[in-house]
Design a protein around this ligand. Sequence first.
Ligand SMILES: NC(=O)c1ccc[n+]([C@@H]2O[C@H](COP(=O)([O-])OP(=O)(O)OC[C@H]3O[C@@H](n4cnc5c(N)ncnc54)[C@H](O)[C@@H]3O)[C@@H](O)[C@H]2O)c1
Length: 381
Amino acid sequence: MRTVKVGVIGLGLMGREFGSAAARWCHLTNMNVRPEIVAVCDANEGLFGWFEDNFPTIKTATTDYKQMLADPEVEVVYCAVPHNLHEQFYTDIIKAGKHLMGEKPFGIDKPANDAIMKCIEEHPDVFVRCTSHFPFFPPMQRIGQMIEDKAFGQIIEVNSGFLHASDLNPDKPINWKRILKINGKYGCMGDLGMHPCHMPFRAGWFPKSVRAVLSNIMKQRPDKDGNIVPCETWDNATLLCDAIDGNTGEPFPLTIKTQRIAPGETDTWYFEVKGTKGCARWSAKNPRRLEILEYTGGSLQAWQQIDMGWTPAFGGITGGIFEFGFSDAIQQLWAAFLYELTEGKPKSRFAGCVTPEEVAYSHRLFTAALKSQQNTTTEMV
Ligand SMILES: NC(=O)c1ccc[n+]([C@@H]2O[C@H](COP(=O)([O-])OP(=O)(O)OC[C@H]3O[C@@H](n4cnc5c(N)ncnc54)[C@H](O)[C@@H]3O)[C@@H](O)[C@H]2O)c1
């Protein structure tokens, strides 16, 4: 078993999710590689305790990420910091020769992402991937296999989205994800957008054009002291794109929705493919339920519902009938990263993390979407 020594920068919501996934690595039974957290960094020293209490392997806890980058023992860095820091932190990590798992959106805007991409090109020996864990849910893996098997026939339509209701409450205090200069002009697209792009992009369905309708529904919010301050980021985005079906060369509509104000949705990620021979859909609202419609000329069109158990890409101790959840998906994401780092290729096409090229395409899409909204036009991506 190879051990990969990891440093974590940003010990907030996502930093701790990785910590937990690493702590229970024994859950996975067929891995030849495992992560070991040896260094942590956050501007807030108060966050060191949870890590130091739970990971005796940590030798360095610092508020200065450059100190971590100078540590020759650190091989991989997981960086989960606010968007305005991505460009500086990611390029410094890559220049230091550390492999990088970077959080989306991988740069606050397209110029920042361009700079990260240039740095990646200049350091071909550094392995870089972006997070997005939802394709690792077993029903999504099955849909990926159906795409591989060309089971859909000609693609009629694809719908992919990520919906939250977390901002429906107007009294929720503003945080950095709602502040333009920290979250960025993409608003909810930068925060949520890479997730619903992951499957379509991996399938080769890259949007050629986009018509975007973006909404800023809550234009002000209280700050942490109760003062009412402007809330300038886009809350919701609906993107109508045209993509090309690689098997037939025919165009089809692809919708990508990211919403932070979607009543009734707690954390709903959904994906739906409609084709001339088959259809499939999945939603995180009922995470084990895969729905499939198989159609052969003249036959009845009937949706089948399949309860999928714990059957992810990277096997483990959980019984196959049990439920799969968010923290499982995060662990699968990390298994995919470490597998590809050590084996040189993903375990399968849909069991791979978002590549820098895919994330760069998301920046082209979101930048075109901003222009589309501003001019009420359809924009080429
Ligand atoms: N993959 C996902 O599902 C998912 C979910 C939420 C957030 N994210 C992404 O993860 C990243 C972090 O988001 P989060 O929700 O964990 O945010 P968070 O606010 O919970 O954590 C960010 C951490 O970065 C730290 N930080 C800020 N400035 C720093 C500096 N100069 N040096 C070191 N640390 C610093 C903060 O103190 C904080 O602890 C973002 O890019 C976000 O888009 C991804």
